[in-house]
Design a protein around this ligand. Structure first.
Ligand code: DX5
Ligand code: ZN
Length: 216
């Protein structure tokens, strides 16, 4: 699957940017940042609600915020389909993952590059998505860190071994060059911002990444 991350899109023209990727992307990835967990401040539930009216694609909120529990109800109301939170932002993600699922959304855990994969393995039964970051959370346009690949392999092995249906997303630095290695390692969803929205032809860039996913 392909996730288009709007962090690198023209946010003043968001609905049109999303339309450009609708033929190729399987979901829209929305980076919610609070200027505390990470330095930038981005967007939140009101923008999710506006986007909800403009696209039928699933909306996946990737929370890079402290106290992520404060956003769950608003995101559900805004029409988000999935919420993933950074495991580093909470002491015990269990109750919050339960709350996300209870609100009818897919629940996920995201892992920064320094965070050991074992932290997510402890919670695999409680999640629908794991977002393995291949860059430091906070910014689009950083180079891909290949330390993510063994993490993806470990996740894939555990998910299959336990017979689970968890999707592995790889997020950050995904391009036509890095995508094949991620898919080979066992990623289900490639998430890309710069490679799509900074390309001269946004729709074509999304189609090319989608073709790589389909060839895998
Ligand atoms: C980083 C975000 C990523 C980001 C990826 O904090 O979680 O979703 O948008 O951007 P690129 O694809 O440019 O690395
Ligand atoms: Zn993200």
């Amino acid at each position: 699957m392909l996730g288009a991350s709007i962090l690198a899109a023209d946010l003043a023209d968001l609905a049109a940017q999303v339309k450009l990727v609708e033929g190729a992307a399987d979901l829209i990835h929305i980076d919610v940042m609070d200027a505390r967990f990470v330095p930038p401040l981005t967007i939140g539930p009101p923008v999710v609600a506006s986007l909800r009216r403009r696209t039928a694609l699933p909306l996946h909120a990737h929370l890079q915020v402290e106290e992520p529990e404060r956003l769950v109800d608003d995101l559900a109301e805004a029409g988000a389909d999935a919420v993933s939170l950074q495991i580093e932002a909470v002491e015990d993600p269990g109750p919050l993952l339960g709350k996300v699922r209870g609100a009818g959304m897919r629940a996920g855990l995201a892992l920064a590059p320094e965070t050991p994969v074992e932290r997510a393995l402890e919670h695999l039964e409680e999640v629908d998505d794991v977002v393995a970051l291949a860059v430091a959370p906070g910014f689009a346009g950083q180079p891909f860190r290949s330390e993510v690949l063994p993490k993806i392999r470990a996740l894939r092995k555990e998910i299959e071994g336990r017979g689970l249906e968890v999707r592995i997303h790889v997020d950050g630095g995904v391009s036509e060059a890095t995508a094949p290695g991620c898919l080979q390692a066992g990623a289900d969803v490639l998430v890309a911002a710069t490679a799509i929205f900074h390309a001269p032809d946004v729709a074509e860039a999304a189609r090319r990444l989608r073709a790589i996913v389909e060839a895998a």
